[in-house]
Design a protein around this ligand. Structure first.
Ligand SMILES: N[C@@H](CCC(=O)N[C@@H](CS)C(=O)NCC(=O)O)C(=O)O
Length: 204
């Protein structure tokens, strides 16, 4: 499919991860910038994403929301970019792990939600430390999450890790830092970050 992609985003959102992916795959796209609370909740955009949240993409007749789904869709639609994990089981495992357990372990902790110890068995991540231990173990045993090369699962993990490590340096986790240092060398990340940073209006 050669249609240009329409990319709905805000430069201060999870859309940054999707822009990075779009830059990785090199597909032509047009960004539509939406504002929190106004255009993001307008009927035109609710027809794209009834959640009124970014990011989302439209590609021909296909609409995809949810960062993990968008990354998987782009990796498969543009296979020449080589971002589908070669270890397919690990690839799906880590894409879903980042979207669910890792993101919510971090967000709940950042919001100060403490899961009672006796309830950890029913919460999908158990504790933030357990979720981080699982990922740190994986990227200490091998360079990338899903095979011998960087994949969309690493991109997604990298997007969230950037957020996590900015919120808490976690110096006691050298394996995660080394992994994040490997991820940061991606030229597409630099390009995408510069584009989004330029869209953020200077304060004051
Ligand atoms: N699970 C969604 C989360 C999307 C999300 O929460 N986006 C935030 C920005 S990072 C948003 O659009 N918030 C606006 C709102 O809820 O009004 C995904 O992975 O895409």
């Amino acid at each position: 499919m050669t249609d240009r992609i329409t990319f709905y985003t805000n430069p201060q959102s999870r859309g940054r991860t999707v822009r990075w992916m779009l830059e990785e795959v090199g597909a032509p796209y047009d960004a539509v910038l939406l504002e929190f609370g106004t255009t993001m909740k307008a009927p035109e955009y609710l027809a794209v994403n009834p959640m009124g949240k970014v990011p989302a993409i439209r590609h021909g007749k296909t609409v995809v929301t949810e960062v993990a789904a968008i990354l998987a869709y782009l990796a498969e639609t543009f296979p020449e970019a080589g971002l589908v994990g070669t270890d397919r089981g690990a690839y799906y495992r880590w894409l879903f792990f980042v979207a669910g357990p890792l993101e919510y372990a971090f967000v709940d902790s950042a919001l100060g939600f403490a899961v009672p110890v006796e309830r950890q068995v029913m919460i999908g991540y158990g504790t933030l430390d357990r979720a981080l231990d699982a990922m740190e173990g994986a990227v200490t045993a091998q360079e990338w999450l899903a095979g011998e090369r960087f994949s969309a699962a690493d991109l997604y993990a990298g997007g969230l890790l950037g957020w996590i490590l900015r919120a808490a340096p976690m110096n006691e986790r050298p394996g995660l830092h080394a992994y994040f240092d490997r991820i940061k060398t991606r030229p597409a990340l630099k390009r995408a970050s510069e584009m989004d940073d330029a869209l953020i209006a200077p304060k004051g």
